[in-house]
Design a binder for this molecule. Structure first.
Ligand SMILES: [Zn+2]
Length: 156
């Protein structure tokens, strides 16, 4: 059962395994948010000083492999480590420029998860969306859909 409690355990697990050197300087919460087609996760600083990681609720569905969720949580934790939406010193001007997230994941031993995640999304995400989160297609949207690539999912 993938609920918010399960998500919290996954966050703890990934933090302990791959981000142990990154001090938890504030309260970091994680929860499932709304379903989305193009965003797997996000990280935001809250008004009370805590950090909130939100995960696309489509990832609750059992056919999404766990490494997709792990990769998404790790991606957001890299932002936290780099000082985005966190009290840590800001290490870059932009959260994604120069592929800094992927590089950081690789140096932390998360490259395998990243590769598996990218491959799964490339091969499955489109059909997965069609069966679990279809949208009302208009001609314009359909045309746009054709030229979209799925790498952008990992750039958020
Ligand atoms: Zn990102």
């Amino acid at each position: 059962m993938r609920d918010n409690r399960w998500l919290e355990l996954k966050l703890q697990d990934i933090w302990n395994r791959y981000f142990l050197d990154i001090e938890k300087l504030n309260d970091v919460k994680i929860r499932f948010g709304r379903k989305a087609r193009t965003r797997l996760g996000s990280i935001k600083k809250q008004d009370d000083g805590s950090t909130l990681i939100t995960i696309n609720s489509l990832l609750k569905i059992g056919e999404v492999p766990e490494f997709v969720i792990q990769g998404t949580i790790a991606h957001e934790l890299v932002h936290y480590a780099h000082g985005f939406s966190s009290p840590h010193l800001k290490r870059f001007d932009h959260p994604h420029k120069g592929g800094v997230v992927g590089k950081e994941m690789a140096t932390r031993g998360l490259e395998d998860i990243l590769i598996l995640q990218k491959r799964w999304l490339k091969e499955n995400w489109k059909n997965f969306l069609d069966s679990h989160h279809p949208r009302v297609a208009t001609k314009r949207k359909v045309r746009r859909k054709k030229i979209k690539r799925y790498a952008f999912l990992l750039k958020r």
